[in-house]
Design a protein around this ligand. Structure first.
Ligand SMILES: [Zn+2]
Length: 470
């Protein structure tokens, strides 16, 4: 008889978790809006402290944290309350890479491995990944299900409602981009995910036909793809995207121009902040006044990128992530290297949470130009807005003249029919507005920047050359 050599038990997903307890601990919508979303700061502090201490205790079971914390002179009694959080040493992607080298292929920072599949069901997804192998992450039921709840809250904040049809245009496969919203929508919103995936999974024209034929009224995607979809509808299919009845767009805006995407679709676009390692950390409500942080699941600190000192609300700095819900691969002061700031005003929705301003860019891309922090991401967003360009650009920073003044030149590829002088003047004005510092624009032919950016050769595209360092 087959199965004689089969193990006595298999960890079934539905039996691996107390789902009712999880929903009390991390209320999904609609309960979320009546509970966690309006919790007083004192109540929240108590919840955070309890979960933080449990997370640190879990950290001491994981070799990566044992090593990292002992090197900083800490022991198991060092952390006694939430007030001790700033004493824990931060770490970044370099330390995670080192952990993977030390203990391939998954590193020793997760505290779980595929062999744990014998006692609990696991799933693996990865970062988006640009070159080489993407970074893998194993999720146990507690982590994955909480992530689905946090994602469900995000959609409810945006205004997604039961019965909505939601097109998910993030790629399907190893990356978490498409899978995470699918689980969140399906399990915790009552809306129906329609998993077309990216243009590589389902051709863009077909995606637009699906929107029209099936009554899709919400679209999720990267800003560039939302723009691309609208232009394909308008210019290739002769369908005005504003006529399609799309009620709202969910995206990660970063430095992209919200108004431009909203005008194309005649629908509001909502920002969020999440990663495959952390889950959905923050999302905008319908007022679009910055992203409400899911503070029962995360503590997000803003640090000075140079000194690591904590910054006051309103100041821009690098984000340190501490997860409060994770059993597998908890993050405890992970320097994710994204730049943001806390808002200091109140949101008209009455939510009690702190709110993050937009994500300004990656700290490792940031350059200082005459005292102003400039991100190539912001340049790219402004260039992409201008229909007379094809979105390709390259920034060169130099120190010129006897006085040694720092200058930035932005080379931009323009379409053949464009009036180059006009494009130059308009873009220089727009970039001054966006960046807060004057830069020079040079227009070039299509394809001319390819040797500098590597756009046709690699997915790791270069956008900046800083000659001051040479
Ligand atoms: Zn709000």
């Amino acid at each position: 008889m087959s199965g004689d050599d089969y193990p006595d038990s298999v960890p079934w997903y539905w039996n691996s978790l107390d789902f009712a307890q999880l929903a009390r601990d991390y209320p999904p919508p609609p309960d979320y809006f009546r509970t966690t979303f309006r919790m007083s700061r004192d109540e929240l502090h108590a919840v955070q402290e309890k979960r933080f201490l449990a997370t640190v205790k879990r950290g001491w079971e994981i070799p990566f944290f044992q090593r990292h914390w002992r090197q900083a002179g800490m022991d198991e009694g060092s952390v006694r309350s939430l007030a001790d959080l700033p004493h824990l040493p931060p770490y970044g992607v370099a330390e995670i890479r080192e952990s993977i080298q030390r203990n391939p292929p998954f590193g020793d920072f997760m505290g779980i491995s595929p062999a744990d599949g014998k006692r609990m069901p696991l799933v693996l997804q990865t970062s988006g990944g640009t070159t080489g192998l993407p970074r893998p992450m194993l999720y146990c039921p507690q982590d994955r299900e909480t992530m689905a709840i946090l994602g469900g809250r995000r959609f409810a904040l945006h205004g997604v409602r039961p019965g909505d049809m939601v097109l998910v245009t993030y790629s399907l496969g190893l990356g978490n981009g498409g899978m995470a919203p699918r689980e969140a929508l399906w399990r915790y919103t009552g809306a129906v995910p329609v998993m077309t995936g990216s243009g590589a999974n389902t051709p863009t024209r077909r995606q637009i036909e699906i929107v029209k034929a099936w009554g899709v009224n919400v679209i999720l995607g990267f800003p560039s793809y939302l723009r691309h979809m609208a232009l394909v509808a308008r210019d290739e299919l002769g369908i005005d995207p504003r006529s399609l009845g799309v009620r709202l767009l969910g995206t990660h805006l970063g430095m992209d121009n919200r108004q431009h995407i909203e005008a194309l679709w005649n629908a509001p676009a909502f920002d969020m902040y999440g990663t495959h390692e952390s889950g959905m950390m923050a999302a905008e409500c319908r007022h679009q006044t910055g992203m409400h942080v899911q503070e029962d699941a995360f503590i997000l600190e803003i640090a000075d990128p140079d000194t690591g000192a904590m910054l006051p609300d309103g100041d821009k700095g690098t984000l340190y992530i501490t997860t409060l819900y994770k059993y597998g691969a908890p993050q405890i002061r992970f320097n994710v290297n994204d730049i943001s700031a806390y808002r200091t005003d109140a949101c008209p929705c009455g939510g009690a949470t702190r709110r993050l301003d937009r994500i300004y860019g990656r700290n490792d891309n940031m350059i200082k130009l005459r005292g102003v922090n400039v991100f190539p991401e912001a340049v790219g967003a402004a260039v992409a807005e201008d229909q007379r360009t094809n979105g390709e650009f390259f920034c060169i920073v130099e120190r010129v003249g006897e006085a040694g003044i720092d200058q930035m030149e932005v080379k931009v590829e323009v379409n053949d029919a464009a009036d180059r002088e006009l494009v130059k003047g308009d873009l220089e004005r727009r970039l001054k507005e966006v960046l807060g510092v004057k830069v020079a624009v040079t227009t070039v032919d299509r394809g001319e920047l390819d040797p500098l950016t590597g756009t046709s050769q690699t997915s790791k595209i270069k956008r900046l050359l800083d000659r001051r360092q040479q």
